[in-house]
Design a protein around this ligand. Structure first.
Ligand code: MG
Length: 162
């Protein structure tokens, strides 16, 4: 087995009048993430980590935010496309570990749903998916920053030709 490890990161602004979606799961909140797509920072960080590990162009290059076909697209569809691309190169995701940076809303009640959805998409056991969140202890509010960010580490494995 050949292993590749990469990290992805994303940050989007929270604004009124948008749905909040993280890792494909809708989270009831008064604000949502601004973006050309649905603004799902969890999936964007994951997609970038996956693409980088497989030596593919990044999310902004493959799915440009100027391209009308990606306007308001569900990021889960972008993840499906990224998974097809790495599969063509012989890779599969064997582990994913996500850390959100988020003062509100509280994300822990949604970890279970996120893990199930990701485990279905990545075709791996939920025990190989880590999801957690850290607050900035109100620092973002002090600095008047309304946003959610996410770091994601992935491990890809490639079957060596025998
Ligand atoms: Mg993004």
């Amino acid at each position: 087995m050949n292993f590749k490890i990469s990290i992805g990161f994303d940050l989007h602004k929270l604004v009124p009048g948008r749905k909040l979606k993280l890792c494909g799961v809708e989270i009831p909140f008064k604000k949502g993430l601004l973006g050309h797509s649905d603004g799902d920072v969890g999936l964007h960080a994951l997609i970038d980590a996956i693409l980088s590990a497989a030596d593919l162009p990044d999310i902004g290059t493959l799915f440009p935010d100027k391209d009308p076909q990606y306007k308001d697209i569900e990021s889960i569809k972008l993840l499906e496309k990224a998974l097809e691309l790495i599969e063509e190169k012989g890779y599969k995701v064997s582990q994913a570990d996500l850390t959100f940076i988020c003062d509100e809303p509280k994300l822990s009640p949604f970890y279970g749903k996120m893990k199930i959805l990701l485990s279905e998409k990545l075709k791996i056991d939920p025990s190989n998916i880590g999801i957690k969140a850290k607050t900035t202890e109100g620092l973002m509010k002090t600095l008047q920053i309304e946003a959610i960010a996410c770091f994601c580490l992935v491990v890809l494995t490639k079957k060596l030709e025998s």
